[in-house]
Design a protein around this ligand. Sequence first.
Ligand code: GLA
Length: 385
Amino acid sequence: MIRSQIASYFREKYSDSFITIKAPGRINLIGEHTDYNLGYVLPASIEKAIYFAVGSNKSNDINIETFLTSPEKINFKLNGKHHPYAAFWGNYFKAILEILSKRKYPLKGFDCVFGGDIPIGAGLSSSAALCCGFIYALSTVLEKEIPKEEIALIAQEAEHRIGLNCGLMDQYAVLFGKKANALFLDCKNLSHKYVPINLEGYNWVLINSNIKHNLAVDSEYNKRRSSCEAVVREIAKIKENVFSLRDVTEDDLYKIQSKVSILDLKRANYVIQENDRVLKMITLLDKGDAQSVGKVLREGHWAMSKDFEITTKELDCLVSIGMELDSVMGSRMMGGGFGGCTINLIKTDAVDECVAAVLSGYYKETGITAEAYDLQIGDGVCILD
Ligand code: GLA
C-alpha cells in the first residue's frame, strides 16, 4: 500500500523512471547495549520498512518528499550549505550528504519520495532504516556502489552527528538481515552468521508500550556508553590489551572497585553478562528449547531494569504481566531503552488470548493503550522490482 502510494506519487510529480528501495526495521532477540562495547548481538530485520522511490533528475537539486509522518518536502542544493531542519529526517539526510561529500563521493541531482510503516521511537530502528535505505538508494541512483559495510559506517556517523553515540547493530541488521533468521554479529570484528529463530509451536510477538523514546535527545543512552568507557579506561591501566568491555572479565571489575563508581561497575557487569546471554540464546535456539529461551529473555529484561536501568515502569509492567501467563515463555524490552517495544515468545495456540490479557492488564495498570504486532522476519535492504 505505502509502496504503491509512493510509486504513484513519484510518477505523477517527477517521472516514470525510478527505482524503489526497501529498508526494513529491526528487532533484537538479545544483546542490548553490547554493540558499542564490541560485544555480541542477535538482531533480525523485519517486514515493517521504509520505502524510497528515487530517480536521477540531471539538475543540481536533490528534492526529497515524505509521507513518513505528515507530508513534508526538502530541497538540498548540491554543494550548498544547509541549516538544521524542522523535519527530523532532514537532519539525517543533511548529515549523510555532508559525509558523502567529505568522502569524495560525486553527488548529482535526484528526486526521492519515501514513507513507511515502522513506528517511530518504538525501538525498531526507524532511523537506521532511514539512513541505510537513503544511502543505498543514493548509491543506486549515483551508479556508484557503496559496500554495505561502508553504508553501515556512514549511517552510524550520521547518528553520531545527530547526537546518538550508537554502535553498529541496527545498521548491520537493516543491511544484512535474512528472512527467518537472526544475525549473530560479533561487533569486535564485525563478522556475522545467520541463526534460524523459528521455534516450532511458538510465535514471536512485539508489544509497543507506546512510550516513545528519543535516544539522541534523552542522552541517558550516551551516559551508559560513558560509564562503560570509564570502566575500560581504569582496567586498561592494570591489564594489557584492554580496548573495550569485550576484553574485560567480572574478575577484572573487582580489581578496580575503588577506582570507579558503583554505578559504573554495575553497568559494566551488565554488559559482560549480556554478552553471555547472547551466546546462551544461540545454543538454546539451536536446541529448540523455548522454555529456556524465555528464561533468558526475562533475565535480560530484569538486568536491563535493575542493573543497566534503561527500562521504564511501563515496560516492566508489560513483562510482569507476561510472567503471570503460562503460555508467555518470556519477554524483554528491546532496543536502546526508555520506551518502545517488548519482544515476547508465546505459545502459538495461545497467542490471541495472551496478547489480549497483556494489553488489557497494561491498560488497567497504566491507562495507556499498547499495540501488538505480529512479527515477520524479512530480508535486509533491497531494490524492489
Ligand atoms: C540503539 C542503538 C544501537 C544499540 C541499541 C541497544 O538501537 O542504535 O546501536 O546500542 O540501541 O542495544
